[in-house]
Design a protein around this ligand. Structure first.
Ligand SMILES: [Zn+2]
Length: 135
């Protein structure tokens, strides 16, 4: 999954590197890719409107995969929150935003489809990364 953020003049891409991170909790490796529908979410932010756009493919790690398969929305959110950086955990707005993104951009269009993580990477927005970006 690739989330694109646009707000008036700024255009920020939160791309997923070649060795993809889990689109839910950001851990590696990704073992499966879940298919949902592309989504857009528009949110007002300090007087402007920020648009988040995501594609249909959301990679998941071995720990998130059973939560998605089991439709455990609360469990998945709790796991992501636990593993999120402090600036997200400590911000009510960021916590709400994370839940909102999962609910509206993933769960709303998810019909149980999945495919192996190594398929379709080129077509699904996983970008090449320069070596110094690797962690
Ligand atoms: Zn995960």
């Amino acid at each position: 999954m690739k989330i694109t953020t646009t707000a008036s003049e700024t255009h920020v891409e939160l791309g997923t590197p070649t060795q993809p991170k889990c689109d839910f909790c950001s851990r590696r490796p990704v073992i499966v890719c879940f298919k949902t529908t592309p989504a857009e979410l528009m949110m007002p932010d300090e007087g402007r409107t920020v648009t988040l756009a995501s594609d249909a493919h959301w990679g998941a790690c071995a720990d998130c995969e059973p939560l998605v398969v089991g439709r455990d929305r609360d469990g998945l959110y709790a796991r992501c929150l636990e593993l999120a950086p402090a600036e997200i955990r400590d911000s009510g707005t960021a916590r709400f935003g994370m839940r909102l993104i999962q609910e509206t951009m993933f769960w709303a269009g998810f019909r149980g489809e999945q495919h192996p993580a190594h398929d379709e990477h080129d077509a699904t927005g996983w970008r090449a990364e320069s070596p110094e970006e690797a962690t």
